[in-house]
Design a protein around this ligand. Sequence first.
Ligand code: DGL
Length: 267
Amino acid sequence: MNSDPIGVFDSGIGGLTVLKEIFRVLQQESTVYLGDTARVPYGIRSAETVVRYSFENTEFLVAKGIKLLVIACNTVSAVSLDAIKERLSMPVIGVIEPGARAAVKATKNNRIGVIGTEATINSGAYARVIQQIDGALDVFGLPCPLFVPLVEEGLTDDEITVMVAKKYLRQVRDKGIDTLVLGCTHYPLLKSVIGKVMGDTVTLIDSAIETVKEIRETLLRDSAECNALREPSRLFYVTDSPDRFKSVGERFLGQKIKTIEKIDIGL
Ligand code: DGL
């Protein structure tokens, strides 16, 4: 039993899809969330820059006394997970491996598509993990950079998003995949549009759900889950003005965010 908080960071708001799942599944756990809203997006930056930002975010959360670190951002998980693991003695969980494992389980025709930011797809991280598990699987990666701003603008069910989805996703649909990994924090909010465009025969893998399964297993394995009967604390930190984070974040999270503190990082 350990009542220290779980630390979660993302390049901005998107990691709230993972946090929402933590709230649903691990209701007694306290959390500290850091959204690096001043430096988002990470998905178009070089690996070197993303690694540097990720170290600074990690340092901030470790200083908050966390017991486990969750890297909710696919881009950071793709380029910086191993480097962060090397620096810390606590468990560090990224979103790539859980999503990749679920995709391997789901595919029947051995053809898997992965969509994400340019940095995530260019890193080849999903393909690497999937093919380490089963070298016979074919993986088709596709960057979908317009999805992030569309989600942040709240256009999750808009016809513009349907048009963009049709244009992008044709490229993976034509490969005959039967499984598609939503390899970006924002994409679970587009599940309904992506599902319609891909059709019923394609299984969508939500990395957020798979990641929280792994967090739960890790806490149980280490006997580090919190069973305390008090209200868990839920802290939010951002690196830019909290206003936009609050309005867009409440939509992501499906609930009110009471307090958000702005901090300076890496200056
Ligand atoms: N959080 C990022 C990811 O999951 C998307 C937003 C960004 O590019 O920073 O890849």
